[in-house]
Design a binder for this molecule. Structure first.
Ligand SMILES: Cc1ncc(COP(=O)(O)O)c(C=O)c1O
Length: 467
């Protein structure tokens, strides 16, 4: 049966691109009862979800993720692979279903009701993402397939246009492959040189070395905000100041920060920043590139086709302004709208609260893992000055991480990741070929950690019994 939609008044789409912040009002995705049953002492922002006393954020939000309530291989599922992809709350799934059942239509084309509604929701999602990371205008947000495509977009447009032989791209050994390989390709084509910063004694990116490496030859600095292996955070504000001092631009891989903490692109002064929806409770198939509008405006198109043009003649074409210049063809409409719902969901909890809870549960995970015999945990040890975010990569002496992951899954229903986590250079730098990784999110609980640790100890005993 077709979904009944409320009457829809056609908005002025141009207003969605205006630099003045449109008061669209972020929808509260939680029920009114939930929103008003607060026993929290701190004042709540409009639409914010309260955490009743005595209940952790993990316990409160879990019911929104029905996938977590299942048995895997005869055990209760313990999902500790959220850094690979997060689970999706019902609100996001419902929003996407509403689109398909109620107003499925192409965007930016037809003038009929369904298309106008779809276009409005698609552009509203852009506005939500823009507000979420505090961009100065929604036109600074380009929807891409994922973060990888967003980096490739910058590499193929800004990179190929601006880099020449002898120019330097400074990056780190701890980057995800998606932030290394596109620049290797661009360096081969342009004659630019890639330079890699190593780690210091705490297994943190060596900031002194990074600073020293910057020179007037540096044209771009490519850095992660949070490492998907080390769990460490980089001071992007400082890196941006140092890079800008030598006239370089900064591209921030924020895949592991945007889902877990407040990210403010203006405060960071990032020139480009990328993230993927599927790691922030949104659907797969969509991510975004943030770019300062003056940079996006000067960049040539990435792909050619419909949507990205202004005028097409037989011998040449002119192009649309950003962001549409970079969104050739029919976009991932349901996914963009789903990402908008994910942003609503996260904002309803509040990113500060998510971060605070995750730091607490990350410390718990780190502490519990340390109690496991013959374990080596990678990345900085959490302390007063050093935050280790809610993921831990580790190895247990003489047991392959994939063997550990296999037994955890098959005998205990615990889902972790093993392998190089798309960071082979980092693993080589650490002198290993693979590691195991347990990663949490705000819907994870201390019981998840306890179950994992118990299962890990059992698994180690199991393997040691063969020795
Ligand atoms: C730090 C980091 N960068 C980039 C990526 C690539 O994200 P995607 O595969 O969604 O493009 C990931 C995904 O694991 C990541 O963790």
């Amino acid at each position: 049966m077709a979904l009944k939609l409320p009457p829809f008044k056609v908005p002025a789409l141009s207003s969605l691109f205006s630099s003045s912040r449109m008061a669209l009002g972020s929808r509260c995705v939680f029920s009114a009862a939930q929103c008003s049953s607060s026993s929290s002492s701190t004042a709540l922002r409009e639409g914010e979800r309260p955490v009743p006393a005595g209940l952790s954020l993990g316990h409160l939000t879990r019911p929104d993720f029905p996938i977590l309530y299942q048995e895997v291989n005869g055990s209760k599922l313990v999902y500790l692979d959220s850094a690979a992809t997060s689970q999706k709350p019902t609100a996001v799934l419902k929003t996407m279903q509403d689109y398909y059942e109620g107003y499925n239509s192409n965007v930016h084309r037809s003038i009929h009701y369904l298309s106008t509604k779809a276009t409005y929701e698609y552009e509203l999602a852009r506005k939500k993402v823009s507000d979420f990371i505090n961009a100065s205008d929604p036109s600074e947000i380009v929807f891409t397939r994922n973060a990888t495509e967003a980096i490739n977009l910058v590499a193929c447009t800004w990179g190929l246009t601006n880099l020449k032989p002898g120019d330097e791209i400074v990056t780190t050994v701890a980057e995800h492959h998606s932030a290394i390989v596109p620049w290797q390709i661009v360096a081969q084509k342009t004659g630019a040189v890639l330079k890699f910063v190593g780690l210091d004694h705490d297994e943190l990116v060596d900031l002194a070395q990074l600073r020293q490496m910057l020179s007037k030859n540096t044209k771009l600095v490519v850095v992660h905000h949070v490492s998907n292996v080390l769990g460490s955070i980089l001071p992007i504000e400082d890196i941006a100041i140092w890079a800008h001092e030598v006239g370089a631009k900064v591209l921030v891989d924020a895949c592991q920060s945007v889902p877990h903490m407040v990210v403010d692109v203006q405060a960071l002064d990032a020139d480009f920043l990328v993230a993927s929806s599927h790691k922030m409770v949104g659907p797969t198939g969509i991510g975004f590139l943030y770019g300062k509008i003056e940079l996006l405006s000067e960049m040539p198109p990435f792909l050619g086709g419909g949507e990205m043009i202004s005028d097409v003649f037989l011998d040449h074409s002119t192009y649309a302004e950003p962001p549409l210049r970079f969104e050739a063809g029919t976009p991932a409409i349901a996914e963009a709208i789903g990402l908008g719902a994910a942003v609503d969901y996260l904002s309803g909890i509040r990113m500060e609260k998510i971060h605070e809870y995750e730091v607490e549960i990350a410390n718990y995970l780190y502490g519990q893992l340390q109690s496991v015999p013959n374990i080596h945990i990678y990345g900085p040890k959490p302390s007063e000055n050093i935050t280790h975010l809610a993921l831990c990569s580790f190895n247990v002496e003489k047991i392959h991480p994939t063997d550990i992951a296999t037994i955890l899954d098959q005998q205990h229903g615990v889902a972790i990741r093993s392998g190089h986590h798309c960071a082979q250079p980092l693993h080589r730098y650490l002198g290993i070929s693979a590691s195991a990784r347990a990663s949490l999110y705000f819907y994870s609980t201390r019981e998840d950690v306890d179950n994992f640790i118990e299962a890990l100890k059992d698994t180690i005993t199991f393997f040691n019994s063969f020795k």
